[in-house]
Design a protein around this ligand. Structure first.
Ligand SMILES: [Zn+2]
Length: 272
């Protein structure tokens, strides 16, 4: 088991750095932030990670939150492999280099593990190192995603991205669509969450054909994967390919309504 939930807590379960859990009693923990005021704690989840045990608390308040209207400056965003994200304003955010370094280190550790005798204490140590690095990579990625999401929210009032169908993608589609779970985490969890917090409208659009359409004149410009530049023979528009599709994504968001923000378990996990 990686985690388990206490769906109900007793009366006044929280103290400074201490929580009262059913059948476990008082448990001390390092409190990373103050409890939000005016909220009621609803449930507690204990998560086991390589670096230790974590306590995730879910709070509830009786608040009516209106979805922000789809108006103001629309920023379209397109995720890809060459650049992590390109926006309709022409901003292109590169994939951070430190991931490559960390992946190299991971490979090294995995090679070392192979030379250890299965089940020996050195094998256990090596295993632990790998698990810790995996966790650090995940944390670093999450941190990067949050920063990009805030950058997007700084740039506009409406954030439009493509609806990413990860199941469809993993089945033999090529190129740009060799996106990984990281892109899914960004588009489907972290970005909507940050938009929610920042009171920005978050819109998902059907992105089929966005990379082939000219943002200036809607002319279909067939591009192969290797074609990284959009040059329209019809109207002469010229820009990086990903920026062109980000503009089209932004255009498709016009007149759309905001999806309901689903702040389910997935988001709770991210907020922790
Ligand atoms: Zn054109």
């Amino acid at each position: 088991m990686r985690s388990f939930v206490f769906p109900q807590l007793g009366k006044d379960p929280l103290g400074q750095g201490v929580v009262k859990l059913p059948s476990l009693g008082q448990v001390k923990f390092r409190q990373s932030r103050p409890y939000p005021e005016g909220y009621q704690v609803k449930q507690a989840r204990i998560v086991k990670r390589a670096s230790g045990f974590y306590l995730m608390l879910t709070f509830q308040a009786a608040l009516e939150i209106c979805a922000p209207p789809v108006r103001g400056h629309i920023v379209g965003g397109d995720v890809g492999l060459e650049y992590f994200l390109s926006t309709s304003d022409g901003l292109q955010i590169e994939r951070p280099k430190f991931f490559v370094d960390m992946q190299c280190k991971l490979k090294l550790l995995q090679r070392r593990l192979k030379r250890k005798k299965l089940g020996s204490s050195n094998w256990v140590k090596s295993h632990k190192q790998i698990a810790l690095l995996h966790e650090r990579i995940a944390n670093t990625r999450k941190d990067f995603h949050f920063k990009v999401a805030h950058q997007l929210c700084d740039a506009g009032d409406v954030i439009a991205v493509e609806q990413l169908n990860l199941i469809g993608l993993s089945r033999g589609m090529l190129g740009k669509h060799m996106l990984d779970a990281g892109h899914g985490q960004f588009l489907n969890q972290i970005l909507p969450w940050v938009c929610f917090k920042r009171d920005k409208a978050y819109v998902q659009v059907d992105a089929r054909g966005t990379s082939q359409e000219c943002p200036a004149c809607e002319h279909v410009v067939k591009k192969k994967l290797a074609d990284r530049w959009h040059d329209c023979p019809n109207c002469g528009a010229s820009m990086p390919r990903d920026v062109a599709s980000a503009v089209v994504i932004g255009q498709r968001a016009v007149g759309r309504t905001v999806q309901q923000n689903t702040c389910g378990d997935g988001l709770a996990g991210i907020a922790a």
